[in-house]
Ligand binder design. Structure first.
Ligand SMILES: Cc1ncc(COP(=O)(O)O)c(C=O)c1O
Length: 460
């Protein structure tokens, strides 16, 4: 249990953390009596306890005892317009009074759907669901109905939600043995093909041997670009899937409306057969959708030409609150400005952090594409001044690994004590409302966090 007594000035980083956030410590102790590990999402768990946030606005979050944090979780990537953007707030407030669940078709879902069609090149037709997990699940089911084939091909280290069919091999060591993903049966695992990213001959071989129904890929590489995939690889996948009749699914839950208003597919000029989306799609409210070719999405229609209908209920599909929030958000995204600013600010952050690491002689590196900034500690590979540089020559096992747990625990505490909150502890997700001044403040916060780590003996 956490000690709440006041530590001396020379106290350890963790003692300072406990001293600074006593109300969060107390809430966590109570939360553990309600939720496993006290949390409602694995990623929000931290030791000795997480900070409990009271409210948020723009790029800032405020806790219960008056601390302010510059936010880089940004609603798990859903808030390209920042917290509580006035246009989204107004749309939701108006809709709340008109009904939160109409249990009927409504004009707001059509408006929302039209925004998706306008922005996303592959979206001939779409169906709303409630999360990215549901969208990828639907994509697989439709692929099987249409092709009559069973198997699914995915890439090691790519995350597509937590359902049984795709959670295996999302994280290293990518083992798909029965016990590697507890609770997922051997039969389900038997339908999954996992190939290494960025290796087109491995994909060719897997398709030739197994004739899968579909192939699914994150829009710019595993874990939202931590292991980048470049446009050329995606183009090769497009050509290969077209030739072999494999349905090409682009998972744009993160990249959709973020890399560009039209997502990775518009940015790279690679139009998939189907696209899963969520997050920014619903303007920070819950929501997802699967979009794609009309002759595939018609598997959802009664009396469709495939002779088999995919059953699809879902209490909250096309929820009017998510619909109006999504439309308000996508209307602003369509201007291109939020993506442009988020990309520019992420580039400034990457540059500022690498300059800081060099100045402080810390063996860390910041890298990433578009509006992401990933931090790699304990870095011993080559460096470059180029912003598009990929550390470790893009080697999966080096980029997609778990860092030293002692360091991760300490850095999480040090960053919160310094006034910044990083996505999953090591990543930053930028928005269109982060400013140059926020980035300068963030680099200064990293400076202070590194000093805390050094004083605690966690960084040399
Ligand atoms: C690429 C990708 N696909 C799917 C999902 C699952 O989305 P959700 O959390 O809405 O179920 C996520 C979530 O982070 C994601 O990053």
């Amino acid at each position: 249990m956490t000690t709440l007594t006041t530590p001396p000035k020379t106290a350890s980083l963790e003692a300072r953390y406990c001293q600074e956030f006593p109300r969060s410590a107390k809430l966590f102790a109570e939360g553990r009596q309600i939720f496993p590990n006290g949390v409602t999402h694995d990623g929000r768990y931290m030791q000795p306890f997480p900070v409990y946030i009271d409210r948020a606005e723009g790029v800032r979050k405020y806790d219960l005892e008056g601390h302010t944090f510059i936010d880089y979780w940004m609603g798990h990537g859903s808030l390209i317009l920042g917290h509580s953007h006035p246009a989204v707030v107004e749309a939701v407030q108006k809709q709340v009074e008109r009904g939160t669940h109409l249990g009927s078709c409504h004009a707001e879902e059509m408006e929302w759907g039209r925004w998706v069609q306008r922005l996303i090149p592959s979206a001939e037709r779409l169906r709303f669901v409630n999360s990215g997990t549901e969208a990828t699940l639907m994509a697989l089911r439709i692929s099987r109905i249409v092709t009559g084939r069973r198997k699914v091909l995915k890439f090691a280290g790519h995350f597509h939600g937590w359902h049984d069919l795709l959670i295996p091999a999302a994280d290293g060591p990518y083992d798909t043995g029965t016990y590697a993903t507890p609770g997922v049966t051997e039969a389900v695992l038997g339908d999954l093909l996992v190939v290494p990213p960025n290796d087109i001959s491995a994909v060719e071989q897997a398709i030739a041997e197994h004739n899968p129904a579909c192939l699914i890929v994150e829009g710019n590489g595993g874990h939202w670009g931590a292991v980048p995939m470049r446009a050329e690889f995606l183009r090769s996948l497009r050509d290969l899937t077209k030739k072999t009749g494999v349905i090409f699914i682009m998972d744009e839950v993160i990249t959709g409306f973020r890399l560009s208003p039209g997502g990775a597919q518009a940015e790279f000029g690679v139009v998939p057969d189907m696209t899963s989306m969520a997050k920014i799609l619903a303007g920070g409210l819950p929501g997802g959708c699967l979009a794609g070719r009309a002759d595939l999405l018609n598997a959802l229609e009664f009396d469709n030409p495939h002779g088999k209908k995919m059953k699809h209920p879902g209490t909250y599909n096309g929820n009017p609150l998510s619909a109006v929030a999504g439309s308000a958000c996508l209307e602003i995204v369509a201007t291109g400005e939020p993506c442009r600013i988020a990309n520019e600010m992420a580039k400034k952050l990457r540059g500022g952090l690498n300059a800081l690491f060099a100045e402080k002689q810390v063996n860390w590196i910041a890298y990433g594409d578009y509006s992401a900034c990933n931090i790699l500690p304990e870095y011993d590979g080559p460096r470059s001044d180029r912003d598009d540089f990929i550390p470790y020559d893009n080697r999966l096992e080096k980029l997609d690994r778990k860092f030293d747990p002692v360091l991760s625990r300490a850095f999480r505490q040090a960053q919160l004590l310094s006034g910044i909150d990083l996505f999953g502890g090591w990543r930053c997700m930028l928005s269109g409302v982060h400013t140059a001044a926020d980035i300068d403040q963030t680099v200064a916060a990293f400076d202070s966090a590194l000093d805390l780590l050094r004083a605690d003996g966690k960084v040399v």
